[in-house]
Write a protein that binds this ligand. Structure first.
Ligand code: AMP
Ligand code: MN
Length: 218
């Protein structure tokens, strides 16, 4: 188990901690972008109210409900569908980092992460319900998004997606899941991460150039 992580049972022993559960829902797909780029998998994330990308889910109270029942309740609010999640879908539990980065025990929020494979048809139902019947639509959730796992000729796709900003450890939860489930090869992921790093370096250079032009200090 990686440092900062704990088992589901160990996590539940901390009765004074707050607990939050989130899930990565994904499916296989045979569809192709532009009729030639295989999409291969649909991975669902969401644009949150704070402008950050994250996974559906939220706070759960283990004294009133199981983690999984609480997560399913959150999914009904955010997706409009009470997707059942079980202990078998549990991937990891860890203390929430104080800021972005690796898990640490300095904060008292424990994050539980789940991954569940569903059918493509269910993904479509969720996307419809999330925009029509979900109580949180337009409030806590601004919209569901699919993660592009491919790389286009011009370097777009996963690399650009990874350049966005994510809540807490959501970005590493995504990367670890893509690797562990073999949704993206290690080589393709490395290239996508390199591209995303380059993009950030370029925007830092752009900022420097603007400061130079305006004579301001960064
Ligand atoms: P939510 O109600 O979905 O915002 O989640 C409950 C708490 O967990 C909030 O404090 C979020 O900031 C935090 N949170 C949500 N997703 C993640 C994540 N992937 N990594 C770390 N913290 C998260
Ligand atoms: Mn939430």
């Amino acid at each position: 188990m990686a440092s900062g992580q704990m088992s589901r049972d160990e996590a539940l022993e901390c009765t004074r901690c707050r607990h939050a559960c989130h899930v990565m829902l994904y499916s296989e797909t045979a569809s192709q972008l532009f009729g030639r780029i295989p999409i291969r998998y649909i991975v669902l994330m969401q644009m949150r109210f704070d402008g950050l990308l994250g996974f559906p889910g939220g706070f759960v109270n283990p004294s009133e409900e199981t983690l999984e029942a609480g997560l399913t309740r959150e999914l009904l609010e955010e997706l409009g569908v009470a997707v059942p999640v079980s202990t078998e879908d549990h991937v990891e539990s860890c203390f929430s980092p104080p800021r972005s980065g690796t898990c640490s025990s300095s904060s008292r929020l424990i994050l539980h992460f789940y991954v569940k494979k569903i059918e493509e048809e269910q993904i479509r139902e969720i996307e419809k319900a999330a925009a029509s019947t979900a109580a949180d639509h337009g409030l806590e959730v601004l919209g569901m998004v699919r993660v592009p796992l491919y790389t286009t000729k011009s370097g777009g796709g996963l690399s650009c997606f990874l350049s966005h900003s994510f809540i807490g450890v959501a970005r590493s939860q995504l990367l670890n899941s893509l690797l562990r489930l073999h949704l993206v090869s290690p080589g393709d992921l490395r290239e996508a991460l390199r591209g995303s790093q380059r993009r950030h370096a370029e925007s830092a250079q752009n900022l420097q150039a603007v400061f130079k032009l305006t004579g301001e200090q960064p």
